[in-house]
Design a protein. Structure first.
Length: 413
């Protein structure tokens, strides 16, 4: 087969068999994340506009993660009780008004509180949407459905920071919050318009059966989340200390930093679906996650290169993007596969909370290491965390298979 035709064939196959509802949910997240321009610039907003110290800026960004942590759990619990649809609509509309109001708060302590509260509302949508994916996809299409959702999120991230960099440089940082709030409202209207409540396949019975154990008694799953957390704390420097590195060490401006995130999002958007399609056929999920972490090690190493800033950014972008593509979708899919039908919300809530915890730890740890030891020490520390996660995935894999209910599909691991 001709190489071009083979590539096209892989692309077509990677998108085939996905339901209309999965596409709608992905478009909702595309709209929502197109406004995701606040977080990459939150550290810079605090230091350049509010005159906070770098440590204070790290704490504010950490409060974003703390709110995300609480919101993820609330969203998961509510999803199991009232269904994903009501949770998603409530979260999107409430967050829209909340995000736009952040511009009113300049005091450090009040800003920390408001960031926490608003993010708690905004991130309740994450476990709700992920649980909906399990409703609208088959076992065979589940990982690709998650990848489509992630692809939409990353396309939104490609749009958001570029627009955010332009807005910050031209009309001011406050417009980042206003536009972010507007996209939440727009996503809510889109969800109601294309997937109204009367037509949604919402969860009808959210009561756990007597045979269901609490998610907190699933020790292997909790260990898996810990390993994922170690890996993602290192990855999440991309949203906190990496922009600082670009500005302070590489002397990039806000527009250039925004374009970096645009390219990152576009790389993930273009390559995730076919690479996940290939990885599903070549590797097991745990092996794919180890390969992804391995690529991230070299991504962190590239930031220590003595080279032109374009070479550094290009190398880092490609390696971190491909590492993310190969690692992240399989963690979501493994979690959905392991969860009992009546506890999808709670399992996905814990997975989302793991991500949220990384939002807390990553900026605080990263800014502390930079402040005390410098950027070089930071990148080598993050390399070590990725390496630890590779060992962790290797350790968890056989124990995950041994404790996986046969009915849930052990072969998926």
């Amino acid at each position: 087969m001709h190489p071009v035709k083979r590539v096209v064939d892989i692309y077509i196959k990677s998108f085939s068999g996905l339901s209309r509802e999965v596409w709608i949910l992905s478009i909702v997240m595309l709209i929502n994340r197109s406004g995701m321009m606040v977080l990459p610039f939150l550290t810079l907003y605090c230091t350049t506009q509010l005159n906070f110290t770098i440590i204070q800026a790290g704490i504010v960004t950490g409060m974003y993660g703390a709110g995300s942590l609480v919101g993820s759990w609330i969203g998961g619990v509510l999803t199991d009780r009232i269904g994903y649809y009501k949770v998603a609509v409530w979260s999107l509309f409430s967050a829209g008004f909340g995000l736009a109001s952040i511009i009113l708060f300049k005091d450090f302590y009040i800003l920390c509180l408001m960031i926490f509260l608003i993010t708690s509302i905004a991130d309740a949508v994450r476990p709700a949407i992920m649980s909906a994916i399990s409703v609208y996809s088959s076992d065979e299409s589940q990982t690709r459905s998650i990848s489509l959702l992630r692809m939409a999120v990353n396309l939104g991230i490609a749009i958001g920071p570029a627009l955010g960099g332009f807005l910050a440089a031209s009309v001011g940082y406050i417009w980042l919050f206003i536009v972010d709030g507007f996209t939440c409202l727009l996503a809510g209207f889109f969800l109601i318009g294309l997937l109204p409540a009367s037509k949604s396949q919402n969860v009808t019975d959210h009561r756990s059966s007597d045979g269901d154990k609490s998610v907190f008694t699933d020790r292997i799953y909790l260990l898996f989340l810990l390993v994922c957390l170690i890996n993602i704390v290192a990855f999440m420097q991309i949203l906190s200390t990496v922009p600082l590195f670009f500005k302070e060490i590489l002397s990039l401006n806000e527009i250039q930093i925004g374009l970096f995130f645009t390219v990152n999002g576009l790389v993930v958007f273009l390559f995730e679906m076919p690479l996940v399609y290939i990885s599903e056929r070549k590797f097991t999920p745990f092996v794919s996650m180890m390969v992804g972490a391995f690529l991230m090690i070299f991504a962190q190493l590239s930031l220590n290169l003595e080279a032109h800033w374009i070479i550094i950014i290009f190398t880092y972008n490609i390696l971190i993007s491909f590492g993310e593509i190969i690692n992240f979708p399989f963690g979501n899919s493994l979690s959905l596969t392991r969860a009992p039908k009546t506890q999808k919300g709670k399992y996905m809530a814990l997975f989302a909370m793991m991500f949220s915890t990384s939002f807390i730890i990553a900026p605080v740890l990263g800014t502390y290491i930079v402040d005390q030891f410098g950027f070089t020490a930071l990148w080598f520390t993050m390399m070590s965390l990725h390496a630890v996660s590779m060992v962790g995935y290797y350790y968890v894999k056989p124990r995950w298979i041994q404790t996986m209910p046969v009915s849930e599909g052990v072969s998926h691991t």
